[in-house]
Write a protein that binds this ligand. Sequence first.
Ligand SMILES: Nc1ncnc2c1ncn2[C@@H]1O[C@H](COP(=O)(O)OP(=O)(O)OP(=O)(O)O)[C@@H](O)[C@H]1O
Length: 252
Amino acid sequence: MLSVEGLEKNYRGKAVLAGIDLTVGAGKIIGLVGTSGAGKSTVARCISGLERPSGGVIRWDGGRLGGSRSRRQRREIQTVFQDPRASLNPRWTVRRSLREPLDTWFTDRPRSDRDAAAASLLEQVGLGGDYLERFPHELSTGQCQRICIARALAPEPRLLLLDEPLSALDLPAQAQMLDLLRELKSVRDLSYLFISHDIVVVSLLCDEVAVLEHGRIVEHVAAGTLLTASAHPHTRALIADTPILPRRGADS
Ligand SMILES: Nc1ncnc2c1ncn2[C@@H]1O[C@H](COP(=O)(O)OP(=O)(O)OP(=O)(O)O)[C@@H](O)[C@H]1O
């Protein structure tokens, strides 16, 4: 489905991405983990078309994803960003935020179908119809992120780029969001590129994980063995820096 080959990005002559190779197959959840500044969001912005790569090739179903993209290419890859409040228009009700992508992508569908689709999207992200008339300031950050996910799902994408979607949320909301992402993937035909600085979260959600350090992928690991059998020193350092993991030999 998605393949990234030798992706490079320079900002003012400084290499931020130095040859990234990444594949997201159908139905897969691929994690991209790294510390702040490693280049994770730059990868997402290049895939989504917000940034023009300095080198390398991005392919979608074998076809090149360049600067100008087909309507189908734009519809099939959607992004969810880190800060849900910044992603929503504060003056729009939830109904309007959900109708906007439906009206953009499905002008051919009757208005009643688009109304029904907005209500259905809301239900799929675990919020009832009484949220339709609310504004973002009347919602929790977790509820705002659910609306952002519903908006991303509205165009019926095949791939979601999830760029730190949990980092604005408290721990209970993060756990609920992980459950929601698993559920959505199982009921819709979706793949995820899940970007996070949190190695525990990626190990819980993903099938495979790429570890990014200073714009290079230093290791690709099966998520099931990420915390126990990863070999690269940077991955071990990320694990060691994670406070909620019990330390071997620590006082109990
Ligand atoms: N538009 C830009 N112009 C110049 N430098 C940039 C630009 N965008 C990102 N950078 C630099 O590129 C590097 C990677 O940034 P990026 O946002 O991709 O990292 P990240 O891993 O997503 O970090 P974080 O988790 O903090 O967002 C950083 O050093 C950043 O300062």
